[in-house]
Design a binder for this molecule. Structure first.
Ligand SMILES: *[C@@H]1O[C@H](CO)[C@@H](O)[C@H](O)[C@H]1NC(C)=O
Ligand SMILES: *[C@@H]1O[C@H](CO)[C@@H](O)[C@H](O)[C@H]1NC(C)=O
Ligand SMILES: *[C@@H]1O[C@H](CO)[C@@H](O)[C@H](O)[C@H]1NC(C)=O
Length: 364
C-alpha cells in the first residue's frame, strides 16, 4: 500500500515534468510511453509492469510488383530488458483496399506459425533478430494491395503498427464491347480478370490521375464506388467550372447500376509482341496465328503492362483476346495518334475485319 502511494506521488511529479516538457521535447509521434503517461487515469498496471512493449514499422508503405516478393517491416522491443524469457504473440492481418472486412494473414507464437486463406504458403515471418516480426510475402497478386497490420500481444500489452502495400502498375479504363455503361460491379470484376488485371483501387486511380489520366466516362473501382479522373475540365465532363480531380458518384448499386470500369495491371512474366505476318487477319485467324507461334493472343492487361513496363511501341493496330483492336505507343510521333504516350484503341470492330495481332508468350 505504501509503495503504491509512493509510486502515485512519484507519478504526479513525473506527470508535471512531462506536462511541462510535452510541447517541446516529448511530442514525439508514435511513442506509446509518453502518450500513456499523459492519459494516466487509473491505468496503474502500466507503471507496475516491469517491461513495456513497443511496436513500429520502418516504412509506412512498401511498393512491389506482381509476381515479386516483398518484406513488410515490423519490429517490437521492450523498454526494459525482460528478466525472464517472454513469448509474444504476433499477428498480421490485412484490410484489403476494397474496404471489406479485415482478414487474418499469419499468427505466430514462438516457433508456431500459421498462415491463412489466400496467404497460405505465401507468407513467412522473417525473424532475423530478436523482435523482428517483418512479414515476407512471395508471389504477390494484383489484389494483395491494402493495409497490413502487425500486432504484438504480450500479457496485457497489445501494440500494433501498419504498413501499406502498393503495387507498381498501370490503370486502364475498360468498356463493354456493346459500348458505354454496360457493366454491373460483378461484370466489371469479371472483365478485368479476363483481361489479366483486377479492379483498380482509389489509390491506384488517384495515382494515374496525378500522372495525367483524363477520362470522361465513369467506372467502377474495387470499393464499389464509381469515379472518373479529369485533368482537363471541359463541358461534357462536368464543365469548366469544376477543378481538375477524381470525381466520384459515390457508392452505386452493385447489381442494378451500370458503368465502365477501371482495371489495374502490374508487370507480367513473359512478353507481348506484334506478330510479323505477311497478311492481315480476322479475329479467329489471329488467334490461330499466335498459337502457331507458340503463344496466345494477348489480353488487354498484358498489352498495357508491356507498354508500361517494357516500353512496347508499335504503330500497328492489332487484335486482342477480347475482340478489341489496339496499339501501344511509348514514343508519340506523327500518324500514331495523339501527342501523349498511351495505348490507342479502335474499340471492337466487326470480327471479320482484317488487322494485325498482338501475341503473348512466356519467356522461352
Ligand atoms: C521469391 O522468393 C521465392 C522463395 O524465397 C524464390 O524462389 C523466388 O525466386 C523469389 N522471386 C523473386 C521474383 O525474387
Ligand atoms: C485475387 O486474385 C487471385 C487471382 O489472381 C484470385 O485467385 C483470388 O481469389 C483473388 N482474391 C480476392 C480476395 O479477390
Ligand atoms: C476468318 O476467316 C476464316 C477464313 O480464313 C473464316 O473461316 C472465319 O469464319 C473468319 N472468322 C470471322 C470471325 O470472320
Amino acid at each position: 500500500m505504501r509503495i503504491c502511494c509512493l509510486q502515485i506521488m512519484l507519478l504526479s511529479v513525473v506527470q508535471l515534468f512531462f506536462s511541462y516538457c510535452s510541447l517541446a521535447a516529448f511530442s514525439v509521434q508514435n511513442n506509446f510511453f509518453y502518450q500513456d503517461i499523459f492519459r494516466a487515469n487509473g491505468k496503474k498496471e502500466i507503471y507496475f509492469s516491469d517491461v513495456r512493449l513497443h511496436v513500429d514499422s520502418a516504412q509506412p508503405s512498401v511498393f512491389a510488383v506482381r509476381g515479386g516478393n516483398t518484406t513488410l517491416p515490423c519490429r517490437f522491443w521492450y523498454e526494459r530488458k525482460p528478466s525472464s524469457q517472454r513469448e509474444a504473440r504476433i499477428k498480421w492481418s490485412w484490410l484489403p483496399a476494397s474496404g471489406r472486412h479485415e482478414e487474418d494473414v499469419l499468427v505466430a507464437i514462438g516457433s508456431h506459425i500459421r498462415s491463412f486463406g489466400v496467404f497460405r504458403g505465401r507468407v513467412e515471418l522473417r525473424q532475423d533478430f530478436p523482435g523482428d516480426a517483418a512479414l515476407v510475402m512471395t508471389d504477390l497478386q494484383l489484389n494483395d494491395t491494402g493495409r497490413y497490420r502487425c500486432e504484438v500481444v504480450d500479457g496485457l500489452e497489445d501494440k500494433s503498427a501498419t504498413v501499406h502495400l502498393e503495387l507498381q502498375g498501370v490503370v486502364f479504363p475498360y468498356q463493354h464491347p456493346r459500348g458505354r455503361y454496360h457493366l454491373s460491379f460483378l461484370g466489371a470484376q469479371q472483365v478485368c480478370e479476363e483481361q489479366d488485371s483486377t479492379l483498380a483501387t482509389f489509390t491506384q486511380l488517384f495515382q494515374s490521375w496525378k500522372e495525367g489520366l483524363n477520362w470522361c466516362n465513369a467506372g467502377w473501382l474495387a470499393d464499389g464506388t464509381v469515379q472518373y479522373p479529369i485533368t482537363q475540365p471541359r463541358v461534357p465532363c462536368g464543365g469548366h467550372s469544376l477543378a481538375p480531380g477524381v470525381r466520384s458518384y459515390g457508392r452505386r448499386h452493385l447489381k442494378l447500376h451500370r458503368y465502365d470500369v477501371f482495371c489495374f495491371s502490374s508487370s507480367i512474366r513473359g512478353k507481348v509482341y506484334y506478330l510479323e505476318s505477311s497478311q492481315k487477319m480476322n479475329l479467329t485467324e489471329s488467334q490461330r496465328a499466335c498459337q502457331e507461334d507458340g503463344a496466345e493472343i494477348a489480353k488487354v492487361g498484358q498489352l498495357y503492362a508491356a507498354w508500361r513496363f517494357a516500353g512496347l511501341d508499335r504503330c500497328d493496330a492489332g487484335w486482342l483476346a477480347d475482340g478489341s483492336v489496339r496499339y501501344p505507343i511509348s514514343r508519340p510521333r506523327r500518324n500514331c495518334g495523339p501527342p501523349e504516350p498511351g495505348v490507342r484503341s479502335f474499340g471492337f470492330p466487326p470480327l471479320q475485319h482484317k488487322h494485325g495481332v498482338y501475341c503473348y508468350k512466356l519467356d522461352d
